[in-house]
Ligand binder design. Structure first.
Ligand SMILES: Cc1ncc(C[n+]2csc(CCOP(=O)(O)OP(=O)(O)O)c2C)c(N)n1
Ligand code: SF4
Length: 254
């Protein structure tokens, strides 16, 4: 019998620890598949975060470094410059990337570092029990906003792709979601594009992926897929925010 589907060799045999209905696992799979299909896995170094993906170093079948507290883009910068032939990705949640690590993210982007950022936006701090994240939506109930996020008190959510696409160092920025099979395929295409931008040394690339956290949103796994569609997509429109990958961000690519 022919093989119809098999686990990608881009992932190890570790059992993922994510909650039922969490889409971190889907994102791991499509990132790992992309690295394999582009022939990049064996030269890849992944930089993994604090947050629920903290143990991603056990899951990706490539070299990894743990960079707590939002410092992944800074660590990725060092790896990329020391190993120019490596493929370097960061894998970061919205608390990690857009709160604790905002400075590292913005400055790596503005420097046009040849790295690929996989940004998992689930509108909440998952790992620590559901506190408000910079990306939590207006009126969203979280552990620290029990009456709903009030922008007058807690500010407005950060739209990372829109913000970063204003920076000259950014070659490619796209927001996708993984709440349906079609969207998963689009997300994988975006990841492959971002990795290709890096391979061609065209500048900083980021794929923001709208992801689920049924546990802390207080919904079922199926309801979480609708939650992404009904609550997140209107505030965080999907699409390509920047693509200057033909030309690249520097006139003389390294
Ligand atoms: C400076 C600092 N503040 C708070 C924490 C605690 N902390 C660890 S993970 C985390 C939330 C991570 O959320 P996110 O990045 O959105 O990832 P998720 O767990 O949702 O995937 C927090 C607040 C920390 N490690 N360091
Ligand atoms: S707490 Fe949320 S983000 Fe973390 S594994 Fe569970 S569902 Fe996923």
């Amino acid at each position: 019998m022919g093989t119809v589907f098999e686990k990608t060799r881009g992932l190890t045999d570790h059992v993922l620890h994510y909650c039922p209905g969490c889409t971190h696992g889907i994102i791991h799979r499509i990132l790992a598949e992309s690295l394999v299909e582009l022939g990049l896995l064996d030269q890849t170094v992944g930089i993994v975060p604090v947050g629920c993906a903290v143990m991603a170093y056990d899951y990706f079948n490539c070299d990894t470094i743990e960079a707590p507290h939002g410092r992944a883009p800074a660590v990725a910068t060092g790896v990329r410059r020391a190993l120019p032939e490596a493929t370097v990705f960061t894998y970061q949640g919205d608390g990690d990337l857009a709160a604790i690590g905002t400075a590292e993210t913005v400055h790596a982007a503005t420097r046009g570092e040849n790295i690929t950022v996989i940004f998992v936006n689930n509108a909440i701090y998952g790992m620590t029990g559901g506190q408000m994240a910079p990306t939590s939506l207006p009126s969203q109930v979280t552990q620290t906003t029990p009456y709903g996020r009030d922008p007058k008190v807690a500010g407005f959510p950060v739209r990372v792709c829109e913000m970063l696409s204003t920076l000259d160092g950014v070659a490619f920025a796209q927001r996708v979601a993984v709440n349906s099979p079609q969207r998963v395929m689009q997300a994988k295409k975006a990841i492959k594009k971002a990795l290709t931008v890096q391979k061609e040394r065209k500048g900083f690339s980021i794929v923001e992926i709208l992801s689920t956290c049924p546990t802390n949103w207080g919904v079922t796994p199926l309801e979480a897929l609708d939650w992404v569609e009904e609550k997140m997509v209107p505030y965080y429109p999907l699409g390509v925010y920047k693509d200057v990958s033909e030309k690249g961000v520097f006139s003389d690519a390294d």
